[in-house]
Design a protein around this ligand. Structure first.
Ligand code: 5AD
Length: 424
């Protein structure tokens, strides 16, 4: 471990001393060896697939999993304990598969979950995949999130801000291809004129939905964006457990403020998107369950989740990435819990698996956000290692993307693709 890593560890450790005690998470945890805690203390023992597994146990675990999925499909939610057990059963299954054990009963239960999620998506949204043109407008960021490649302390990248002309040019290309939603995403950059850009786009493309994803702002700043014409805002909560939040972020950030922003956005009238990192360092069955509980409470229009992927210039550089399977499982659970939510097949998932996008759609997702930023700056928006910014992830390959979707039974439409979440 180099000095930078050590400093990062110490920083995170001191940041979370009290929190960690409360969370009963060992301060000696080695980031580089991090693997998801599969919750050995769970009330229904779920060591399926580990040594000593017998066929009867495996079937019992598959049955318990299937029961919980039935409950989820019926009630669209579970208790904390049920979420925790569901996660733990799945994590145990993944561990078994990783050690070479096959578990046909569990495989069947999991395939049923994916099938139900896909069928529910079909019932509500059909096979239409909504496209959003993603513009990575600025990689300046005043924050220092431990997982993120554009964090303020990373000096190993060239900072940029797109000009209004660059943005208008990119949107013109996107519009001609049928994009009717543009997403302005950036770091928390107080000097990027989000309001002016939104106003200009709203004037040029009054038929398009404008989404902003620019982090935590004051109520007045959110209101100004709304008044300029933005109607959607993406702000992932990242993790809904306060201790875990402290382990992923510096002191200056806290979960309460994050939640305040999300509720303020909703109160103003935005269609709100939130979401979390799957397999982030220090994730446990409890933190995952709390994500599901918080999303139930918030009931957002959009839910974006993707696997954590390490970035070489962050304190989490040597942490293990989240898994494709855990992300697909989480997506399918989210579809059953939030039938009307817009669920993107995220770039992070496509980065880890070449077929990640289609697998996400087959697990209930219904949105893809191709990158329409000018190619010159794409590599500088590296949130994590090897982030895809070309191929089917990018606007240049629009036709190939459409054909790939069609091959798998999906189609796109030149519409805004608003959420069908009933308004309360
Ligand atoms: N791995 C995966 N996703 C990341 N993000 C930031 N850094 C990473 C990473 N290392 C995600 C965060 C953020 C979104 C814009 O990108 O969840 O909300």
């Amino acid at each position: 471990m180099n000095g930078f890593m050590l400093a990062g560890l110490c920083y995170v450790a001191s940041n979370n001393l009290l929190c960690n005690l409360a969370c009963e998470i060992s301060m000696t945890t080695d980031f580089s060896l991090h693997t998801p805690n599969t919750g050995a203390d769970m009330s229904t023992s779920a060591n399926a697939g580990t040594s000593g597994t017998n066929a009867a146990t495996s079937v019992a675990h598959a049955e318990r999993f299937a029961e919980l999925i039935d409950l989820l499909a019926r009630d669209h939610t579970l208790t904390h304990e049920q979420w925790r057990v569901l996660y733990t059963l799945h994590a145990a299954y993944l561990a078994a598969v990783a050690s070479g054990t096959t578990d046909p009963a569990f495989e069947h239960a999991l395939a049923t979950l994916f099938e139900r999620a896909k069928t529910l998506r079909d019932e509500i949204y059909g096979r239409t995949v909504f496209l959003r043109g993603l513009l990575e407008v600025s990689n300046y960021c005043k924050n220092d999130c431990f997982y993120c490649g554009i964090r303020a302390h990373n000096t190993n990248l060239t900072r940029y801000r797109l000009s209004l002309d660059e943005i208008l040019e990119s949107c013109a290309i996107g519009y001609s291809l049928g994009y009717r939603t543009f997403v302005l995403q950036g770091g928390e950059d107080p000097h990027f004129p989000y309001g002016d850009v939104v106003a200009a786009l709203h004037k040029t493309y009054p038929d398009c939905a404008l989404t902003v994803s620019a982090g935590e702002l004051s109520r007045a700043e959110y209101q100004a964006l709304y008044d300029a014409g933005a109607r959607r805002y993406l702000l992932r909560h990242e993790t809904a457990n306060a201790c875990h939040y402290g382990q992923l972020h510096p002191h200056a950030m806290n979960l309460e403020e994050r939640k305040r922003c999300l509720y303020t956005l909703r109160d103003i009238g935005f269609q709100v998107g939130s979401g979390f990192l799957v397999g982030a360092p220090f994730e446990t069955p409890d933190t995952w369950a709390e994500n599901m509980e918080f999303l139930h409470e918030l009931d957002p229009h959009m839910i974006g989740i993707g696997p954590f992927i390490p970035h070489k210039d962050t304190p989490f550089a040597t942490c293990a990435p989240g898994s494709v399977e855990a992300t697909l499982f989480s997506l399918a659970c989210l579809r059953l819990a939030h039938p009307y939510a817009l669920l993107p097949a995220t770039t992070a998932l496509a980065t880890l698996a070449p077929n990640g996008r289609i697998r996400a759609l087959d697990a209930g997702a219904n949105v893809i956000m191709p990158n329409i930023s000018p190619q010159t700056h794409r590599d500088d928006y590296a949130l994590y290692n090897h982030k895809l910014a070309s191929g089917l992830e990018a606007v240049e390959c629009h036709q190939a993307l459409v054909e790939d979707l069609e091959r798998h039974g999906y189609h796109t439409l030149a519409t805004r693709g608003d959420s069908l979440l009933p308004t309360t």
